[in-house]
Design a protein around this ligand. Structure first.
Ligand SMILES: Cc1cc2nc3c(=O)[nH]c(=O)nc-3n(C[C@H](O)[C@H](O)[C@H](O)COP(=O)(O)OP(=O)(O)OC[C@H]3O[C@@H](n4cnc5c(N)ncnc54)[C@H](O)[C@@H]3O)c2cc1C
Length: 491
């Protein structure tokens, strides 16, 4: 029996790994890219190529350009549970008491002590109900959030909190007011700390692929699926860009939400209307990263924690209600440049995490969209200048050399992902849109064509969407569904 899986991300590989354990099932993964891993991509900043855990040398600088954290580390976490078997280690980002320190671009001073704590609490505090992030999503006269808002003593404090809240758009990949408050936190995900996977998530990808191929599964790269057709004999014909045709008894698609929304293969017969509607109801968020490797960690003496912030050049100003003035996705190069030069940014300090002279910048909307419009050289120089000007006194800045190597991601432009991860969007009156819901993710996970065409991937994991573990579980779910059907057929 032939099972074909579209996509060798963690969902597709986990599906293959489980199916391949059963004798009598031939598993073939068709992957469009020239590498496995999808939105997991560990990059070697020394050799400037995809990091290969099998060829790891001590002097390499692996860094994750896609997923890097295990979120919600707690009892039974499916990725954390694999730590020993896969052979990765983790850095617990709470361990260094990563109290955020905010560098002020103008003065080069740190925002410290009580004031920093208050700003951190209100802008980032315990999600989802008790922080300003949620307050921003609702009306001020709401009794809970209104009260919270009043705890801030001045308009200046409110503006500072709003400024910091903006930095958290990377968490969801969406502007705050595009998120559905109704469905915020409704998922039944794992709750716990966030740990960075070392030397990188590629270890999990390689392990999953090895496990599957050891049991006979095959992976073919550079196979861009363009057409999926149900034949009269109930088999499924899969056609790829190079003209090759494949036949499957079962097909599992792990195509990302962004691909399903923007450039799906031609399905014959067409996908059911309800499924197409759910795919379009969901949102595909964007997080981009800039990684800068220096010859030495010039920031070491400032001793920032593993995560720190560079403040925006201007404090956020409130427009109507809780919107910020001028907050929108950039459309022109000028708008994009303004954002990269002025927006607040998060930096992750690898000098602490694994003693590498690397800073990783996390960019959520709208600055994440800005880098998609700009070229690498300009972005790298601008961010480097902002870092040294914000953190060092004037007389020390000239002695800092530019990065020895760097990478900028553009997950929206990437035709194999078209964004970073899914979110549930809020209703919108223009154009009329009722908003997304958890049910849309459940519909996106529903198999069709008498169960012969199934779907997995992070956006089909209603309880753990936007995560590696959600994608992994969704792949296993689809494998179990097929195994269960086969078992029933044998009765
Ligand atoms: C920048 C970034 C940071 C993130 N950070 C974290 C984090 O810290 N922790 C966390 O848990 N999650 C994080 N995530 C989310 C996590 O990476 C994803 O949820 C997860 O990797 C998705 O896996 P998947 O298998 O569902 O999809 P993918 O990994 O996207 O796999 C889908 C595969 O399908 C292939 N494909 C696409 N189109 C075609 C086609 N036409 N034909 C054939 N193949 C095709 C793709 O190339 C890809 O390999 C992050 C994501 C990004 C982008």
């Amino acid at each position: 029996m032939q099972v074909i899986i579209i996509g060798a991300g963690i969902a597709g590989l986990s599906c293959a790994r489980r199916l391949a354990q059963r004798s009598g099932i031939e598993v073939l993964i068709l992957e469009g890219r020239d590498r496995i891993g999808g939105r997991i991509h560990t990059w070697d900043l020394k050799d400037n190529k995809t990091y290969n855990p099998k060829e790891a040398q001590k002097a390499s600088f692996p860094i994750d350009l896609g997923a890097s954290f295990i979120h919600g580390v707690s009892e039974g976490h499916p990725v954390k549970a694999l730590e020993k078997e896969v052979g990765f280690t983790t850095f617990d980002s709470e361990e260094d008491e990563s109290a955020l320190i905010f560098y002020d671009r103008q003065s080069g001073k740190k925002l410290q002590g009580e004031k920093a704590e208050k700003v951190a609490f209100f802008s980032q505090g315990p999600l989802p109900k008790e922080n300003l992030w949620s307050a921003l999503l609702t009306r001020k006269d709401d009794p809970v959030y209104g009260e919270l808002w009043e705890q801030l003593e001045s308009e200046e404090e409110r503006e500072m909190v709003m400024t910091m809240s903006k930095l958290w758009t990377g968490w969801t990949g969406a502007l705050h007011w595009d998120l559905s408050l109704r469905w915020w936190g409704a998922e039944n995900d794992f709750h716990g700390g966030n740990e960075v996977v070392l030397p990188g998530y590629q270890t999990l990808i390689q392990w999953s692929a090895d496990k599957a191929t050891f049991k006979g599964a095959k992976v073919e790269l550079n196979k861009v699926v363009e057409k999926v057709q149900r034949l009269r004999n109930n088999k499924i014909l899969v056609e790829v860009q190079d003209g090759t045709k494949y036949y499957a008894d079962y097909l599992i698609s792990s195509l990302p939400l962004g691909v399903m929304q923007n450039s799906p293969p031609a399905f014959e017969p067409d996908l059911p209307e309800g499924l197409k509607q759910s795919i379009s109801n969901l949102g595909m968020g964007l997080l981009n990263k800039i990684v800068l490797r220096y010859e030495t960690a010039w920031w070491r003496e400032l001793s920032p924690p593993s995560f720190f912030c560079i403040l925006p050049t201007q404090i956020a100003k409130r427009d109507q209600g809780y919107r910020w003035k001028g907050e929108q996705i950039p459309k022109t190069v000028e708008e994009a440049k303004y954002l990269v030069e002025n927006e607040g940014i998060f930096a992750q300090n690898y000098d602490i995490i694994n003693q590498s002279p690397i800073l990783k910048i996390f960019l959520g909307p709208p600055i994440a969209h800005a880098v998609e419009l700009l070229d690498d050289d300009w972005i790298i120089k601008t961010i480097h200048d902002r870092l040294i000007k914000s953190m060092l006194p004037n007389d020390e800045q000239a002695s800092i050399s530019p990065p020895a190597s760097a990478q900028v991601t553009r997950w929206n432009k990437d035709t194999f992902s078209r964004g970073s991860y899914s979110y549930i969007p809020a209703a919108n009156e223009s154009p009329q849109f009722p908003g997304g819901s958890r049910q849309d993710m459940e519909v996106a996970a529903t198999s069709i064509w008498d169960g012969t065409l199934g779907f997995c991937g992070e956006h089909t994991s209603a309880d753990c969407y936007a995560s590696v573990h959600g994608a992994l579980l969704s792949g296993e779910r689809e494998a179990d569904r097929i195994l269960h059907t086969l078992q029933k057929e044998r009765l």
